[in-house]
Design a protein around this ligand. Structure first.
Ligand SMILES: Nc1nc2c(ncn2[C@@H]2O[C@H](COP(=O)(O)OP(=O)(O)OP(=O)(O)O)[C@@H](O)[C@H]2O)c(=O)[nH]1
Ligand SMILES: [Mg+2]
Length: 461
């Protein structure tokens, strides 16, 4: 699967910037650079290993200078891809960058596909598949907390945890296999109880890793939070307070917000999408009705609902109906707004009597208690008993599914042992668990899966 041809791409994003980088990798990379690079004293091939040199890129057809550059020469195998690599730092303009890429392509290489540099790093054994995926996560991370998790994976922390479980399985399997194949050798048999004990330990380790997924997924993909309620209760005012800017229109006219107003914020490192919605009520306005339908669908897709009421008013049937229509699996924060006015006691009592919901009294008008909403949101979404945000986290669905497969195989092995099946049959399940773990790190991942993973990377990475 390793292709030997030489590839090139622009590694920086296309636009105006201080510098752009064009990266070339493969057996022919140095020859390409030799044709295009001119410096005062030396030709490219004479430059020392792992150096950066000032000079010019020229078009060999016309001998005209294209740009003044710094060129790096990095020698295999100590490079990102493991191959000979050249990086050209040119001025960061769209025209100049594309012109250099063109002469590079016309002088002995082809345009790289998305993720092809990283794919080569993987195929050349510089990194495993988990680390390759971590590189993509670092690039797409929206918060520094998730970036840190991804960096830990790149440094091999997740691979190490998986490797540790693999080692337990391999030790067990090699013991079992010797016993199965060479019963005449005097190798002490593990009793069924001992095998079980080892399998239970492996199962626990897998479970612990799998349990980090909820938090890992939230840190990576974020959480959707919908602000819902009747018209005029102060939803848009609340959104503006949470954002610290006048994003949504606020008026004393019921039915002000017609379309969903979305905005991203970062709460304790978790990317949160806040959606202010149209107040829900019966209305004859066509536009408002469409907005209300959108409110209902946002309410369905959100993980957390900020249910806003006007706490100076007695709740009416519209409030109650909206509240009752919130799906039971949602986390609800009841926001009793307008506390700067006189509190209606019946409204307060109504919420105090409901179990499993958080209640916060605020004034969106003067900002009172807004910080309590951030805290409550953070507590709700980061709530998980046994792992901290800085633990090794599984955040990739592919990894979670394969860990689940491994877990099920170990459970099957335990079940078969309990039913008194022979060890050679039990070892089939144990082998399956090992296979699943190998698929995570890439030792036995199918070509198609590998293709799919790298195809989602940007060109130039
Ligand atoms: N006294 C008081 N007035 C508030 C408070 N929050 C909002 N308001 C007022 O209530 C009115 C409605 O506020 P909005 O934020 O537009 O209400 P909404 O829930 O978004 O309404 P729709 O978009 O129509 O669904 C405005 O006049 C706000 O100034 C508050 O905490 N105290
Ligand atoms: Mg509004």
């Amino acid at each position: 699967m390793i292709s030997k041809d030489t590839i090139a791409a622009i590694a920086t994003s296309i636009g105006q910037s201080g510098v752009s980088i064009i990266r070339i990798s493969g057996e022919g990379a140095f020859n390409v650079a030799e044709r295009l690079f001119r410096s005062k004293n030396k030709s490219f091939l004479d430059l020392s290993k792992n150096s950066i040199t000032h000079g010019f890129i020229i078009d060999p057809k016309t001998n005209k200078e294209i740009d003044e550059v710094l060129i790096s020469k990095m020698v295999s195998p100590n490079t990102y891809t493991g191959e000979d690599t050249v990086e050209i730092n040119c001025h960061g303009g769209i025209g100049v960058t594309k012109e250099i890429l063109n002469v590079v392509i016309n002088n002995g290489c082809r345009l790289a596909e998305g993720g092809e540099f990283t794919k080569r790093a993987f195929l050349n054994g510089k990194i495993d598949l988990v680390q390759a995926e971590a590189i993509s996560d670092i690039i797409t991370a929206r918060t520094k907390e998730f970036k840190q998790t991804a960096l830990d994976s790149l440094k091999g922390k997740l691979s190490e945890k998986i490797g540790d479980i693999k080692e337990d399985i391999i030790n067990l399997l090699s013991h079992l296999e010797v016993t199965i194949q060479y019963p005449e050798y005097d190798i002490e048999d593990l009793t069924d109880e001992e095998i079980k004990e080892i399998l239970v330990t492996i199962k626990e380790k897998l479970k612990k890793l799998i349990s980090t997924f909820d938090k890992g997924e939230i840190l990576k993909d974020g959480v959707n939070i919908a602000i819902v309620g009747k018209p005029n209760v102060g939803k848009s005012q609340l959104l503006n307070q949470l954002l610290g800017s006048e994003k949504a229109i606020v008026t004393d006219e019921a039915g002000t917000t017609r379309d969903v107003v979305d905005e991203m914020i970062n709460i304790g490192g978790i990317p949160v999408k806040l959606s202010d919605t149209a107040g829900i009520r019966d209305t004859s306005s066509k536009v408002e009705r469409i907005g209300i339908e959108k409110s209902k669908s946002i309410m369905k897709s959100a993980k957390v609902i900020l249910f806003v009421v006007d706490s100076s008013q007695k709740l009416d049937k519209d409030d109650i109906e909206i509240f009752e229509n919130i799906d039971k699996d949602k986390k609800i924060i009841a926001v009793l707004n307008k506390t700067d006015l006189k509190l209606n006691e019946e409204t307060e009592v109504f919420f105090n009597e409901i179990k499993d919901i958080e209640v916060i009294k605020i004034s969106a008008l003067n900002g009172e208690n807004i910080e309590k909403i951030y805290k409550k949101i953070y507590n709700i979404i980061s709530n998980s008993e046994n792992n901290e945000l800085n633990d090794v986290l599984v955040s990739n669905e592919r990894h979670k599914n394969l860990l689940n497969n491994a877990y099920e195989s170990v459970e099957n092995a335990l079940g078969n042992l309990d039913m008194g099946f022979e060890v050679d049959l039990v070892s089939i399940d144990i082998n399956n668990a090992l296979e699943s773990l190998g698929e995570i790190t890439g030792e036995n991942t199918s070509d198609q899966v590998i293709e799919d993973i790298f195809k989602n990377f940007c060109v130039g990475k």
